[in-house]
Design a protein around this ligand. Structure first.
Ligand SMILES: [Ca+2]
Ligand SMILES: [Ca+2]
Length: 451
């Protein structure tokens, strides 16, 4: 119903439409009568009609943020096709919104200022004739971008800052954050229509930064800038991996034994029975058991050896689960001491056996979605993060991001450390190729040692 087609384009479209119809009338007149009566609107087109419809009347306006609702009476002319509201945005661009003659209202939007605007309401007939405009003066409420800007807050994050906002009307907007790093102006843009959302600014030092934030709607209306002074990022550091070890006991058959009591049929006595469950019976490799520690060239220890898989070097540095039946799968790591976790970085496998070189990123067995679970006693586990590696659309950016490692803050929208823990479960949820075997090259944890 609503459209953002500029007026001149709309006229072209209508003209084409008319030409097509005229041809039909001339060529197959007898048949077309039948077809026309089957079309969705049943208003007859009048040949050579130059009579414009009457004016739109009884117009009222109910304002909302940056727009509002027009109610009106459609003129009684038989051949009325639609009503359109034509108006000029703050950018100087003229646009229109239209509604079919079945409706008695239409919504206008895109006003960047709380001031009076003139709206031309025009009835249009099937031949493209336009009525005399009804000029309606309207004053919308404050633009929603201003409301969103008021809700913005900036919190310190780990080596970064977190810009958060509310967008209760779920309007599409672009948030822009500007700041200075080493005397260089930086700008970060992010488009969203979520009711609550955030933008993470990364790569900052633990010194105060000033930010200015503004918001732009889809009609190029931009708010003024709002200043946020002296935000200091939180401090964490890379956790040394030398004490990391594979939690072997999660492979031990003992852990997979099931014990139960039953009445012996012959003696009538209560007896204790034990059997070893298969991994499949226990729900695959998830939530209790390690996937294979070694599989072909894959080794789980390569997951924390600080070496990144490099398809050019063919250093084959990754774990390989082998076939696990179905994902998820798990690997358990003893970090060797108690830590608090703030964020992490993961690297994919680069080497592609098909090309005998690089090219494997974002494909096949590489883990796309994973979870991080933490524990202090190897019995009670708490999930602290589910993360998905998103492939940037630009191949160069995609490759350099994979080489740099994919970065995830644990509590992304509320930067803080996890509780103190010692054991970590890396749980693979999905690979890029939806495979039942998986690879990853490296994990780096950031946080702090808990003394
Ligand atoms: Ca007419
Ligand atoms: Ca590695």
């Amino acid at each position: 119903m609503e459209s953002l087609i500029p007026l001149n384009e709309m006229k072209t479209i209508m003209k084409k439409h008319m030409t097509f119809k005229t041809l039909l009338f001339v060529g197959i007149f007898a048949t077309i009568l039948g077809i026309c009566s089957c079309e969705s609107d049943d208003k007859p087109k009048l040949d050579n009609d130059t009579t414009p419809p009457g004016m739109v009347t009884n117009v009222t306006f109910k304002a909302d943020n940056g727009g509002g609702m027009l109610h009106y009476t459609v003129p009684k002319d038989e051949d009325v096709l639609m009503v359109k509201a034509v108006y000029t945005l703050d950018s100087g661009k003229e646009i229109y919104k239209s509604a079919s003659f079945y409706q008695d209202s239409l919504r206008i939007e895109g006003f960047g200022t709380k001031k009076e605007y003139n709206i031309k309401l025009i009835a249009v007939d099937r031949s493209g004739n336009e009525s005399t405009p009804h000029i309606q003066k309207v004053t919308p409420l404050t633009p929603f971008t201003n409301t969103v800007l008021t809700s913005v807050e900036i919190l310190p994050s780990f080596a970064g800052a977190l810009v958060k906002w509310d967008n209760k009307q779920e309007q599409t907007l672009t948030i822009q954050a500007e700041y200075t790093v080493n005397g260089r102006k930086m700008k970060k843009l992010y488009a969203s229509n979520r009711p609550h959302d955030y933008l993470l600014i990364e790569g900052l030092k633990a010194t105060p930064y000033d930010f200015s934030v503004s918001i732009t709607d889809t009609y190029e209306n931009r708010t003024k800038e709002r200043e946020f002074k002296a935000i200091t990022p939180m401090i964490d550091y890379k956790l040394d991996k030398k004490k990391f070890s594979f939690l072997e006991e999660k492979l031990l058959p003992d852990a997979m034994n099931e014990t139960w009591e039953e009445i012996d049929e012959d003696t009538g006595e209560l007896v204790t029975k034990t059997r070893t469950l298969t991994r499949a019976e226990k729900g695959g490799f998830d939530g209790g058991w390690n996937a294979k520690a070694r599989q072909l060239e894959g080794r789980i220890q390569k997951f924390w050896d600080d070496i990144i898989d490099d398809g050019n070097k063919r250093n084959l540095n990754y774990f390989s689960t082998g076939h696990v039946g179905s994902l998820p799968f798990s690997y358990y790591i003893d970090l060797g001491r108690e830590v608090k976790l703030s964020r992490l970085r993961v690297w994919q496998r680069d080497y592609d056996w098909r090309s005998k070189g690089p090219g494997y990123y974002y494909t096949t067995e590489n883990v796309e979605t994973f979870e991080i679970w933490i524990s202090n006693d190897k019995v009670n586990w708490e999930k602290v993060r589910r993360a998905t590696i998103v492939e940037p659309s630009d191949p160069t950016v995609a490759r350099s991001e994979a080489i740099a490692g994919h970065h995830f803050v644990i509590f992304e929208d509320e930067p803080k450390f996890t509780k103190t823990f010692r054991y970590l479960e890396y749980r693979g949820i999905k690979t890029f190729g939806n495979n039942t075997l998986a690879n990853a090259s490296e994990i780096t944890l950031y946080g702090e040692n808990a003394n």
